[in-house]
Design a protein around this ligand. Structure first.
Ligand code: MRU
Length: 352
């Protein structure tokens, strides 16, 4: 953790704080105008916070869910404690469907639970496991930033374009795609990060622009629909995004709008990089067609913070992720290494 701790010093925010008896989450629904921390002390509260987007971003969801299991163990009765904790794991697994990090973290917690024979030992082992998931994610972020910079092999500063929020707010504390942006800036290799607004939930404008500006990293906010013009202008060398699930053939599910960026990047000869920890890789699914894509409430499009933006009751289609086919991806960066032009064979070499 030494390297992680020292790099973390320049980061102005975190998404979560584990306090031993409770989980504190920065309420991301209220950013950037309010910084309010919520204090949760049950697995159900954590599941609701994930569903309601208090905390979001694939790795952060997995880490929070792991802490939710610890809270379930702390409140479990002496009789039937195993069943009670298993029920909590099931409740947490129902919170959101697309990011595989959630299920990956819960599986880890389930196997730790299976190795415990008393409630006391389970509480302690589950807490250790959750903290390790959190710390390992931060370490993975830092390793990915190193791998990405080595791959980019730059000798002068560049501008990049990113989508959604993949930073400290979405991870164990540094960021995946935004970790690469941070590292470019630390290496004085970043001219500017264009941040897609990311309709409809506005992760780009409300979170990414806030997180980067707060840390003094050059950022320019753009409407999602400006991305084509920005790429056509030749100002951007790389599109850098995160992922919620990467399948065995290299297909990538990420925030809605990512697929169109990949098409644009290929059309304009701009590199398209996906940065995600191994916990985002789902080798059990052979292609992106099998990924469950979350659809959220129509109100996310009809209203902005309760102000109507569309006729009341108008029909809405609101899928919040899309799948970018592997052949549009130039490189996948994970903490285990880099895969250029991913396909089933190159994915299997790194992940089986
Ligand atoms: O709906 P969200 O905000 O949870 O979606 C987040 C994303 O799509 C991110 O790009 C992805 O989870 C990677 S976060 C490091």
């Amino acid at each position: 953790m030494d390297q992680a701790a020292s790099s973390n010093r320049s980061i102005g925010t975190v998404a979560m704080r584990w306090q031993g008896v409770r989980l504190e989450l920065l309420d991301q629904r209220l950013l950037p105008d309010q910084e309010q921390w919520l204090s949760l002390d049950s697995a159900v509260e954590v599941a609701n916070a994930i569903r309601d987007m208090v905390v979001r971003g694939a790795p952060a969801i997995g880490i929070s869910a792991a802490y939710g299991v610890v809270l379930a163990a702390r409140h479990a009765p002496q009789e039937e404690w195993v069943d009670e904790i298993k029920r909590a794991i099931d409740v947490l697994a129902e919170s959101r469907p697309t990011a595989v990090n959630l299920f990956w973290a819960l599986e880890k917690m389930r196997s730790v639970l299976a190795s415990c024979d008393t409630l006391e030992s389970a509480i302690s082992a589950l807490e250790q496991a959750a903290v390790a998931i959190h710390e390992d994610d931060l370490a993975a972020n830092l390793a990915m930033a190193d791998h990405a910079l080595a791959h980019m092999n730059l000798d002068s500063p560049v501008s990049v374009l990113t989508h959604c929020n993949t930073g400290a707010l979405a991870t164990g504390g540094y960021g995946t795609a935004l970790g690469v942006v941070r590292r470019l800036n630390e290496a004085r290799l970043l001219t500017n990060a264009f941040a897609d607004e990311t309709r409809p939930w506005l992760q780009g404008s409300r979170l990414t622009a806030w997180e980067l500006a707060r840390d003094g990293i050059p950022v320019t906010l753009n409407a999602d629909s400006a991305a084509a013009a920005i790429l056509a202008s030749g100002k951007v060398s790389w599109v850098i995004v995160g992922a919620d699930r990467i399948t065995a053939n290299g297909d990538v599910a990420n925030k809605i709008g990512t697929y169109s960026l990949a098409v644009l990047a290929r059309h304009h000869g701009v590199g398209f990089m996906v940065v995600a920890p191994a916990s985002t890789v789902d080798m059990a699914l052979s292609s992106g067609k099998e990924i469950p894509i979350e659809e959220r409430e129509g109100t996310e499009l009809r209203q902005v913070r309760s102000v109507p933006m569309a006729p009341e009751g108008v029909a809405v289609f609101n899928p919040v992720f899309d799948v970018t086919p592997a052949d549009l991806v130039d490189v996948i960066v994970t903490e285990k290494g880099v895969i250029s032009r991913p396909n089933a064979a190159s994915m299997a070499r790194l992940f089986v």
